[in-house]
Every structure is written in C-alpha cells, then in structure tokens.
Design a protein around this ligand. Structure first.
Ligand code: PLP
Length: 282
C-alpha cells in the first residue's frame, strides 16, 4: 500500500514516475528525508521532524520547499490513507537537490507506506544487536561539517550495508561505535540505556542524528520523575545497564535482548514501563 502526494497537495498514482534520471537525488543520493509515524490519523512529532528536515537542509545548503508545503502534502496523504484497514502508516518526506546542472529547484514528495512485518516483529519481540565500528571520532562533527554528520541525508547505503552485516552475523540490528569505543547510534535508530531510574543517550554533538522518538521518551520520562542524561558512554555500559533500547519513529522503542551474542538484561516490566512512558505523549 502506497499513498503518494506532491508538495502542492495533489495525490498521484504511486506508480507515477516522479524523478528524472539526472536528478541529483537519484545520481548521488544528494538529498534529505524524514520518516514519520502516523497513528490513527495523527502524525507523531511532526514539528520536530520538520525542524530536523530544515536542519538537514541547512547542513547540506539545500534549498528546502517551505514548511507549509510539507504540511500540506502530509495532510493529503493522511486524508487519503485507508485508516479502516491500516491504523498506522510510515510517512516519508523526501527532498532532493533537483536536476544536475539545473537552477537548484528541489524535488520532493510525501509518501505513506504500510509498516513492514519485520518492523512489527522487532517491536513485539525485541532484537539481537551487534556492535560495528562507524569509523569516526565523536568530535569529528565540529571539525568536519562537510561530512554532514547529524544530517538525515538520502545516502543511507552505508547504514543499509551495516544492517546486512548484522544479518550475516545472525542479528537484527546494529549499534555503531566511535573510534574511542563510545556508543553512537543504530543505522536507523537512537540508542537509549537505563541505569536505575536514569535514561541515558548519546549527544547529537557526537555526530549522530537527534532522535525525535528518544526526545519524546525523555520528555515523558522527566515528567514521570526519571532522570535523563545526554552524555557519551562506552560500549561496556550497554552490558552493565538495566536495559537497552533502539528508538525510532516507526519501530518505536524496541528492546535489545542481546549484544554481540551475549544476553543482556531485558526486563519485561521495565520494557512495558518505558513503552507506557513513550505512549503517554499521544
Ligand atoms: N539515527 C538514525 C541514523 C536514523 O536514521 C534514525 C531514524 O530513522 C534515528 C536515529 C531515529 O530518529 P527518529 O526517532 O526521529 O525516527
């Protein structure tokens, strides 16, 4: 199931070709995107997602269509989604730099998609993760802004290759590590750990994407009296913690059950509490 909208809010057949072969998004992955969960017609964290789209565009020096265009396309997809049969959808917002050699006019669309069986399984069963090197230092972002660390670009080939490596090792997910051995993020998720009544995640200054799901979880946790910390932590903390989760918009807050084939603490009650906290936002 796909519902596709242009930025003027027009719904088009999802099989319509939208991009020319010389679009820079197609040729070089030169563009940005967001993936948003829409549950019962309500887009979750739409403001933070659109803020992040703008931040990514700023880092890429990409001319982004105005916010109202994204909101219009989002609403068009929501209005045309078959809610009776599918109460949740993944909404993708995509923007490319446009035609190679053109005037820099960006190309974009919004597309609603069904949530995959694999994602639903990860939500309900939890995941086995492996740690993989990402190959950069946590202070690189400041020194090398051209590497676009922390932008959500269309260039996810490395992230997808890491997921295939995890599968080859018999796991479901990846936790990337920096050259100093600290924890970064997953290829499509934010890492959150619990230490007692404190939730901890890696700072965006380390070159990771600022997670909207982690943000929503921490907002609710603070209201409920938890401590939250945004600080670098070593891989060893994953094994010593009271729980590890991978958070992202569509997968939600997924419990990690093992890391590098070693079982870690994965308490069912704590997982239920963390999920209740996240859901209390909506
Ligand atoms: N980190 C990366 C690299 C991601 O691609 C994503 C989402 O796809 C996240 C973190 C989680 O972000 P969010 O919770 O906003 O979906």
């Amino acid at each position: 199931m796909r519902v596709l909208a242009l930025l003027d809010g027009t719904i088009v057949d999802p099989q319509t070709p939208l991009f020319r072969a010389d679009d820079l998004g197609v040729m070089r992955g030169d563009g940005i995107f967001e993936t948003i969960l829409v549950a019962d017609r309500q887009p979750r964290e739409l403001g933070p997602h659109l803020d992040r789209l703008e931040r990514s565009a700023g880092l890429m020096q990409l001319r982004l269509p105005e916010r109202a265009a994204w909101e219009r396309a989002t609403q068009a997809v929501i209005d045309n989604w078959p809610w009776d049969t599918d109460p949740q959808m993944a909404l993708k917002l995509v923007c490319t730099r446009g035609i190679d050699g053109g005037d820099g006019t960006p190309n974009g669309f919004a597309m609603g998609m069904q949530i995959g069986a694999d994602t639903l399984r990860k939500r309900s069963e939890g995941v086995a993760a492996v740690t993989l090197e990402r190959g950069y230092a946590p202070d690189l972002k400041e020194r090398a802004p051209w590497l676009l660390l922390s932008a959500k670009t269309l260039s996810y080939a490395v992230n997808m290759a890491a997921m295939r490596e995890a599968e080859a090792r018999g796991a479901d997910e990846v936790i990337f590590t920096a050259t100093d051995g600290s924890v970064l993020e997953g290829p499509t998720s934010t890492v959150v750990i619990a230490q007692g009544r404190t939730l901890l995640t890696t700072p965006p200054s380390a070159g990771i994407l600022e997670g909207t799901t982690q943000g929503a979880l921490f907002r609710a946790a603070e209201k409920a009296g938890w401590q939250t910390e945004i600080e670098k932590f070593p891989v060893s903390a994953l094994f010593d913690s009271d729980g590890v989760w991978l958070a992202s918009s569509v997968r939600l807050v997924t419990q990690v059950r093992s890391i590098d084939r070693t079982e870690i603490k994965a308490d069912a009650d704590l997982h239920a509490e963390i999920n209740r906290l996240y859901e209390s936002n909506y």
